[in-house]
Design a protein around this ligand. Structure first.
Ligand code: ADP
Length: 256
């Protein structure tokens, strides 16, 4: 029975990991398909279009596979490292713009001299893309999404946070907001109000899990008709001032 328990735990862990990877692939595939659509409006050669269609079909097969894998889903192991979060956000601006589409205005408000954080940069990117996708879905008729980054010194941090310095990442939209019922269930895995095939109900669940595993928090401020702000507080990294850390170096900067 000890053996069986171990086996179950292993399967559970595997399922969670696969689910997370599948979820992230969803965003990658969405970016590929989005670019295919752009390209399709610019290509006229039948031969080029045939190649593009083949690529699109392959990506769509990927989407179908990912959907099956998502049947498992939960959380994944993180590889936390020192991340220059300002640089990470700047580097993904294009992808965010592509995710939200043209009808949504995007504002990036990055305070200067932002601290580095300790987080898994791949997960952090995926979380931010998820939040951007949620903001887009909340504003089908357009609106504004604002991504704000600022330092939160220990002295100013709310009491519910464990003592220490944090960096705040907030994604705000001017969409329809959530009712208190939806808000109460929003971080529940697989809870979604979106049509089948559109929502997975894993975006906020994995964002919340990511924040928790990174020693931080996720907060939802929302009201019907008043838009939504998702606020992540991530632990500040204690780095020597002369260490020039960037998120690209994360592979050789593992903390453990
Ligand atoms: P999904 O987006 O796949 O539905 P999420 O876990 O990201 O899964 O979100 C769960 C639910 O929370 C959504 O279906 C939606 O009802 C609500 N929600 C999330 N983000 C927002 C937002 N920015 N504005 C309004 N509602 C939101």
């Amino acid at each position: 029975t000890q053996e069986m328990l171990l086996q179950t735990q292993k399967l559970e862990a595997l399922g969670q990991m696969v689910g997370q990877v599948a979820h992230d692939f969803n965003n990658v595939l969405a970016a590929i398909l989005g670019n295919h659509d752009l390209l399709r409006t610019r290509l006229y050669e039948p031969e080029q279009l045939t190649c593009l269609d083949r690529g699109t079909r392959a990506a769509n097969r990927g989407v179908a596979l990912v959907r099956q894998l998502l049947a498992f889903a939960r959380k994944a192991e993180l590889s936390p490292v020192v991340v220059d979060v300002a640089q990470l956000v700047r580097a993904m601006e294009d992808m965010v713009l592509l995710t939200v589409g043209r009808q949504v205005r995007c504002q990036f408000e990055l305070a200067s001299d932002l601290w580095a954080v300790i987080a898994d940069p791949v997960r952090l990117e995926a979380v931010l893309l998820n939040l951007a996708a949620n903001a887009r879905d909340a504003m089908p008729d357009g609106g504004t999404m604002t991504v704000t980054l600022r330092n939160l010194p220990a002295a100013a941090a709310p009491v519910e946070l464990p003592a220490g310095d944090y960096v705040v990442i907030a994604v705000a939209d001017t969409g329809g907001g959530m009712t208190s019922d939806v808000c109460a269930r929003a971080i529940e895995p697989f809870f979604t109000t979106k049509p089948r095939g559109k929502g997975t109900g894993l975006g906020l669940a994995s964002a919340h899990e990511f924040a928790r595993q990174s020693g931080g928090t996720l907060r939802i401020d929302t009201a019907p008709g008043a838009g939504t702000t998702i606020t992540l507080c991530l632990k500040r990294a204690q780095v020597e001032p002369d260490q020039n850390v960037t998120f690209k170096e994360h592979d050789d900067r593992r903390l453990h």
